[in-house]
Design a protein around this ligand. Structure first.
Ligand code: GLU
Length: 267
């Protein structure tokens, strides 16, 4: 059996799965919710949950969706504007997730985090307990950064890192990062015709980091740099991570059927 097939089996076998979805997957370029995609994503996640897995969803989109909902021409750049937009967008996100998961008989719970919470042992333990208890209750924890109170000193800054931290805290068996590109490429495929998709990463070296950070490689929100960093945090903790395109959430079925999808990071 090839190394890739063997490692995909680890993802397949994961009982607890953290799925991270980015703003570019959830929304149209104008910031409004891509309802069809969210509906498909929630349907697939509900089915994966029905198959016996526990699902934790880490979602972005609060600021972008809030800005669109408020009718702002662009995403605010100042802290007050971002925090206000997030307050609006987080409500809209949870409303639609809760409604959609309810369609399939599942309950959601909102968990909002900032970095300072995770850095304090007692508060960190409380977060772990809350996520565990939600899963014991059979609910789907939906996690985002607490953007409404978050400022530079206490923020994760990007949800890729947040999703890896959540995967580690919740003792997940796999981390799946849904984005707007098929996976990790040898260089930026948007500017380089020779770029090839890397199916399996077992070592995190400088060549890989360079491939993620090359000029013009700012794919999607957070870019490939933060995604690679998140995959590394997870893989170092023994959690296989997958970066894959979120355009068609049905491909999550392929992944759990043991087919190679996107890039798998596994040590
Ligand atoms: N927490 C931010 C939001 O919900 C997203 C951060 C990110 O996309 O990495 O808008």
């Amino acid at each position: 059996m090839s190394a890739l097939n063997e490692k995909i089996k680890k993802v397949q076998a994961a009982k607890r799965v953290v799925v991270k979805v980015g703003t570019s997957t959830l929304t149209y370029p104008n910031g409004s919710l891509n309802i069809r995609r969210i509906e498909t994503l929630v349907k697939v996640l509900s089915d994966i949950k029905n198959s016996g897995k526990e699902v934790v969803l880490v979602t972005s989109g609060a600021i972008g969706v809030g800005a669109a909902h408020l009718g702002l021409k662009e995403r605010p750049r100042d802290i007050g504007g971002k925090q206000a937009a997030a307050a609006v967008g987080q409500c809209e996100l949870m409303y639609i997730y809760d409604k959609q998961f309810a369609e399939y008989g599942h309950v959601t719970g909102q968990v909002l985090l900032t970095r300072d919470v995770i850095e304090d042992e007692k508060r960190k333990t409380n977060v772990i307990n809350t996520i565990n208890q939600l899963l014991v209750y059979g609910a789907v924890p939906i996690v985002n950064e607490n953007d409404t109170v978050s400022v530079e000193e206490i923020e994760f800054g990007d949800n890729d890192t947040l999703s890896a931290v959540v995967a580690v805290l919740s003792g997940a068996g796999a981390l799946i990062i849904l984005t707007d590109i098929d996976g990790m490429y040898s260089s930026d495929p948007r500017t380089n015709d020779d770029a090839v998709l890397i199916p399996l990463v077992e070592e995190f070296d400088d060549t890989l980091r360079k491939a993620a950070s090359g000029a013009g490689s700012a794919y999607g929100t957070g870019g490939m740099v933060t995604k690679l960093h998140a995959a590394e945090i997870a893989a170092e903790a023994g959690i296989p991570a997958v970066i894959m395109n979120g355009r068609n959430p049905l491909r999550l079925y392929d992944l759990f059927d043991g087919k190679p999808v996107g890039t798998l990071f596994c040590k």
